[in-house]
Ligand binder design. Structure first.
Ligand code: F6P
Length: 362
């Protein structure tokens, strides 16, 4: 019998996290009479037992608010936790046992963990250690297995599409090449969706290594047809055939220490040399992660939050709530942990793009 649950947001933030918290707390308190503890800053809060009590009043106004009121971290891992030593040194320790004893001491019967692949992988490990846990899939990258869509993705696509709309008019006026670099890590979902929605001429994604000569040829074809500008969307993980992704920095201790970034400038410089046209680069960066969730994401986050609480009520554990078609389902964390959902060879949006004349550089 559940009396008290914990909730936590881990990994990079994304629009809709607060809407999940809102839905979980409202269902837990109103429908099931549970107490809710909100652990701060992802797994860090569970290790340090840093939490705040949440009730219906604490979630007023959260539905449309960006970020997460609980705070988050994409570098703290309870199984490999950074500990600062008295002599100034640093050590990484498995502090999962401390998390479990904190939960016992707090009287927390079950956890709802909201996060991306790194957070879900750790959630699965806690499930194996006997913790009752339900995962909720978030990430702007849309690269989580088991669900058709993650909340946050469509808000990021909305932001990137809005940027493309604005870049079009200035590109056309100045007869320039405009390169927009978008996030997505090793997946090209944001680039693909915003590129198609924003009418990009060229879309470069990690799943399809590009040949810069083919991009140059696509621009030449457009010029021959009287179009003296081109819009190029580049996913941060895009790489040339036989080449490497561009790394911006390495974050020590993070479950995924690589931070990508910079490929947009590389592509722009190469195209300027190859085509003789002026090129400019816009890096959208964290603008894609911040701000209010669009209604689609508020609704998906609300459905996920309510379903996560319901799953606990139904005695389910070790699963993640997911969207399959138009239904919310639960999938075992074991099936999705450690995996990424990349754009497949037969992806419909790529096929449609090709039919419309979009160049993927391959
Ligand atoms: O996973 C979300 C994401 O925004 C990626 O698209 C991006 O590569 C990464 O996080 C950026 O991480 P940070 O916030 O640490 O710069």
């Amino acid at each position: 019998m559940i009396k008290k649950i914990g909730i936590m947001t881990g990994g990079g933030d994304c629009p809709g996290l607060n809407a999940v918290i809102h839905a979980v707390v409202r269902s837990a308190v109103n429908s099931y009479g549970w107490q809710v503890l909100g652990f701060r800053d992802g797994y860090r809060g569970l290790v340090l037992n840093d939490y705040v009590e949440l009730n219906s009043d604490s979630v007023i106004g959260l539905l449309d608010r960006g970020g997460t009121v609980l705070g988050t971290s994409n570098k703290d891992n309870a199984f490999d936790f950074r500990v600062e030593l008295p002599d100034g040194g640093v050590e990484y320790r498995d502090l999962s046992a401390q998390v479990i004893s904190n939960l016992r001491a707090d009287g927390v019967d079950a956890l709802i963990i909201i996060g991306g692949d790194g957070t879900m992988t750790a959630a699965e490990l806690f499930h194996k250690l006997g913790v009752t846990v339900i995962g909720v899939p978030k990430t702007i990258d849309n690269d989580l297995c088991g669900t058709d869509v993650t909340f946050g993705f469509n808000t990021a696509v909305d932001t990137a599409t809005g940027a493309l709309d604005k870049l079009h008019s200035t590109a056309e006026s100045h007869h320039r090449l405009m390169v927009l670099e978008v996030m997505g890590r090793y997946a090209g979902w944001i680039a693909l969706a915003s590129g198609l929605a924003g009418g990009a001429d060229i879309i470069l994604i990690p799943e399809l290594p590009y040949d810069i000569g083919k991009v140059q040829a696509a621009i030449a074809r457009r010029r021959a047809a009287g179009r003296h500008f081109s819009i190029i969307v580049v996913a941060e993980g895009a790489a040339p055939l036989g080449g490497e992704m561009v790394t911006k920095r390495i974050i020590a201790g993070s479950p995924d220490p690589v931070r990508l970034g910079g490929v947009g400038a590389v592509v722009a410089q190469q195209l300027e040399q190859l085509t003789g046209m002026e090129a400019r680069t816009t890096v959208l960066g964290h603008l894609q992660r911040g701000g209010r969730p669009i209604p689609y994401d508020r609704l998906l986050a609300t459905r996920f939050g309510a379903a996560a609480a319901q799953a606990l009520k139904d005695g389910i554990s070790g699963c993640m709530v997911a969207l399959r078609g138009s239904d919310i389902v639960t999938v075992p964390l074991a099936e999705i942990a450690g995996k990424q959902r990349l754009i497949g060879k037969d992806e419909e949006l790529v096929e449609i793009g090709r039919r419309l004349g979009v160049c993927f550089g391959d």
